[in-house]
Design a protein around this ligand. Structure first.
Ligand code: GLN
Length: 241
């Protein structure tokens, strides 16, 4: 369904995920090549990045197609960071199309995007993943529920890879049909999961993580399903969930 991408490495502009590469998210919004569910991602987009002037990341989300925002190219050229996230959305049937339902979701220094779907009734019944965490999801959108479950664990001090793995496994237990490709950025690390949809990595001067390759360069590697990728300044590790 949705497509998302992130960068960890030397500072780069957001346009390096969106309009610059041949198959960046601008193109993936209307012509994704590997998308398994849905054909276009026209229900909104969001970007997030880190700036020394601010303790928390900056977000820019819209509920219009990414190609319809005439102001984005200028913003994306000057918004630079060593940790970037961008997502284009194909809303799951029944989910609201509005900014608050659009990734990235955020809490403190964390940014989160979800590519997939979860049965909200199953999730609501999954006391471990969502209920009792003291955080209200920003939106009734399934992705916002997942974000609040991850954020609650991060607030409790759980390492990000553990928090993401736990939410994915507990949610999948409650809803075995769930698709749970998550992308979580913390400014100096990124965690991504492949659970039901495609995920690729490209390591060159830094780490790119994307639902599908952003360009035709060699070096893009498909991540196995049901795995978690942790990218940090120390490198990239892939583990089975
Ligand atoms: N279920 C989420 C939404 O409605 C994500 C959709 C997707 O991956 N296309 O926004």
């Amino acid at each position: 369904m949705c497509r998302h991408a992130a960068w960890l490495g030397p500072s780069r502009p957001l346009s390096s995920l969106i309009g610059e590469p041949e198959h960046g998210l601008l193109r993936q919004a209307y012509a994704p090549r590997l998308q398994r569910y849905g054909t276009v991602n026209a229900d909104g987009f969001g970007v997030g990045w880190y700036d020394a002037a601010r303790a928390e990341p900056v977000r820019y989300r819209r509920s219009v197609p990414i190609w319809a925002d005439a102001n984005l190219p200028g913003i994306a050229d000057v918004a630079r960071s060593g940790c970037l996230l961008a997502a284009v959305r194909s809303a799951t049937i029944g989910m609201p199309i509005e900014e608050s339902a659009t990734a990235p979701f955020s809490d403190g220094r964390w940014l989160l995007s979800h590519n997939g779907r979860v049965d909200r009734v199953a999730v609501a019944g999954n006391g471990v993943a969502v209920a009792g965490n003291g955080m209200d999801p920003e939106s009734p959108c399934d992705s916002a529920w997942l974000a609040s479950a991850v954020f609650a664990r991060l607030r409790a001090g759980m390492p990000v890879a553990d928090a993401v793995a736990q939410v994915v496994t507990e949610t999948a237990r409650a809803d075995p049909a769930a698709r749970l490709n998550l992308l979580v950025c913390g400014g100096s690390e990124i965690v991504a999961t492949a659970w039901g949809d495609t995920l690729f990595t490209h390591v060159h001067e830094g780490v790119l993580l994307a639902s599908e390759p952003l360009d035709g360069r060699p070096g893009w590697r498909a991540v196995d399903d049901r795995t978690l990728v942790l990218a940090s300044p120390d490198g990239v590790s892939v583990t089975r969930i």
